[in-house]
Design a protein around this ligand. Structure first.
Ligand code: FES
Length: 125
């Protein structure tokens, strides 16, 4: 007799039904006051606001589309400033507003990863 309880597999179709947004991007806005490196020191809040306004201007914001959110430290500070896009779990290290615009146009709008902005895999905290 098998006493181990199993969880029924969830089909990808059901997961798709459960997804409220098509894509979700989180910007680390963490501020450290102890001198350690943090995303806020690279003006991450300006990038966050830029992304929000560009997503809205492109008509991408809202349920079934894209959500732009603030986040605390994502523990990849060495690659900062960072943002991560789900469901693909793609990490970006951006520098300026042109980079943010490219992430919006390429990835958030068209589903194409911006390879030149990927956070190197070995960079953590
Ligand atoms: S401070 Fe931004 S990832 Fe840690």
């Amino acid at each position: 007799m098998n006493l181990i309880k199993t969880t029924p597999a969830v089909s990808s179709e059901r997961l798709s039904d459960a997804s409220y947004y098509q894509r979700h991007i989180f910007f680390c806005l963490n501020q450290r006051d102890n001198g350690e490196s943090c995303c806020a020191q690279f003006d991450a809040s300006t990038a966050f606001e830029r992304c929000k306004s560009q997503v809205k201007a492109a008509g991408l914001a809202g349920p079934g589309q894209v959500r732009v959110n603030k986040a605390g430290c994502l523990d990849r500070c060495a690659g900062g400033p960072v943002a991560v896009v789900y469901p693909e779990a793609v990490w970006y290290s951006y520098v300026d507003s042109a980079d943010v615009d490219e992430i919006v146009e390429s990835h958030l709008k068209n589903g194409q990863v911006v390879h030149r902005l990927l956070t190197p895999a070995h960079l953590g905290r």
